[in-house]
Design a protein around this ligand. Structure first.
Ligand code: GDP
Ligand code: MG
Length: 369
């Protein structure tokens, strides 16, 4: 038994409670507001009230997945998307800043001032995209809806502190997402730094260094003195190469929301990581229950751009509302289609939240088909 009451069902179907009770009475069931109904009863009531409803129990949380079947010849190499995780104070922010500054030093980006939740660096003729959002958040929020954002996880471990609880959490997140790990042993400039101890501790956690015959790449770095940052970037490109990261740029764009906010002047500002296709000004799009139309795109350097391709993070202006981080963004044929999909999603969410309260799980496709 599902545990749904008469009240739940009425709310679920969007009909007055007395209608449900009357319907039940006509079926010979004497019901009160809080009476728990059997699935079959709910289905019959729904049908009698003109609403088709199928109840399905799922073991796992429903996930929305978008799989595209691109032909091999349409696929081109795309930048790896890297997330930095690790224990508090081990140097995540410092390392992100240090890596970003190599780009400024190389004169690639005339002074990066913009914070849009991600940035890119160019190294040996290739591009690497770094997510500049708290790493664990990137993993949890984004994975909640089945979106895979990160290709490589950099786990920062301070050489003077070693593996700590959030180091383990970071390893768990990366494993759960099936993402390769690169260990950045940070703060090697500090007195008392012991990079070998870090390797030993992490070997005990299953991350055996390649130099010890294992499969995990370690790079000793200092976010403070910028020692070995190039080596870190080299290593990320090597790991990326093995992953064979590709995407079709010649398709309607899709991607994931990595940050969003409501700006008093500009309205909803949504940073999107493009994962497939090319996004252009004027495209109609939808993210979760929010439709929109691309009015402007701004890159991580703060410059307006006309288009964005796989691996690019861009701030998108033109959404009607503010979709959550982790939502899938899709360009669709036109505004009407965008609004229709957004509306569909809203309906689904209402049904889901009600179903959740009633202590059951339904898949997206199973409500109001
Ligand atoms: P987060 O909490 O992981 O983001 O760590 P932060 O980047 O905020 O760094 C925590 C502290 O460690 C700050 O005081 C940094 O200045 C310092 N720090 C970070 N990286 C290094 C490093 O490579 N060497 C030294 N000596 N200090 C560092
Ligand atoms: Mg930080």
């Amino acid at each position: 038994n599902s545990g749904s009451t008469v009240k739940d069902v009425a709310e679920y179907l969007g009909v007055p409670v007395p209608d449900v009770i009357k319907q039940l009475m006509s079926m010979g069931v004497l019901a009160t507001l809080t009476k728990t109904l059997a699935d079959e009863q709910i289905e019959i009531v729904a049908e009698a009230l003109g609403k088709k409803m199928t109840i399905v129990h799922l073991g796992d949380e429903a996930e929305e997945e978008f799989e595209y079947d691109d032909a091999d010849e349409d696929l081109v190499e795309r930048p790896p998307v890297v997330t930095i995780m690790g224990h508090v104070d081990h140097g995540k922010t410092s390392l992100l800043d240090a890596v970003r500054s190599t780009e400024v030093a190389a004169g690639e980006a005339g002074g990066i001032t913009q914070h849009i939740g991600a940035y890119q660096v160019h190294h040996n003729g290739k591009t690497i995209t770094f997510l500049d959002t708290p790493g664990h958040q990137a993993f949890t929020a984004m994975r909640a809806r089945g979106a895979r954002v990160t290709d490589i996880a950099v786990i920062v471990v301070a050489a003077d502190d070693g593996a700590r609880p959030q180091t383990d959490e970071a390893i768990d997140h990366a494993h759960a997402a099936d993402v390769p790990i690169v260990v950045a042993v940070n703060k090697i400039d500090k007195e008392g730094a012991d990079p070998t101890r870090v390797r030993t501790e992490l070997t005990q956690r299953g991350l055996q260094p390649s130099e010890w015959g294992g499969e995990t790449e370690y790079v000793d770095v200092s976010a403070k003195t910028h020692q070995n940052l190039e080596e870190l970037l080299d290593t990320l490109l090597v790991v990326a190469e093995l992953e064979e990261l590709e995407a079709n740029p010649n398709a309607e764009a899709s991607g994931v929301v990595i940050e969003s906010k409501l700006d008093p002047g500009r309205g909803p500002v949504v940073t999107v990581l493009i994962q497939r296709g090319t996004m252009r000004i004027g495209d109609a799009l939808v993210a979760g229950a929010e439709p929109g139309r691309v009015r402007a795109m701004i890159d991580y350097r703060g410059e307006r751009v006309q288009q964005a391709v796989p691996g690019d993070p861009v701030e998108v202006l033109g959404f009607d509302g503010v979709p959550d981080a982790g939502e899938v963004v899709r360009v669709v044929a036109n505004d009407r289609e965008a609004r229709r999909l957004a509306q569909e999603r809203e309906t689904r969410e209402k049904a889901e939240s009600l179903a959740r309260r009633a202590g059951r799980k339904v898949s997206f496709e199973d409500v109001f088909r």
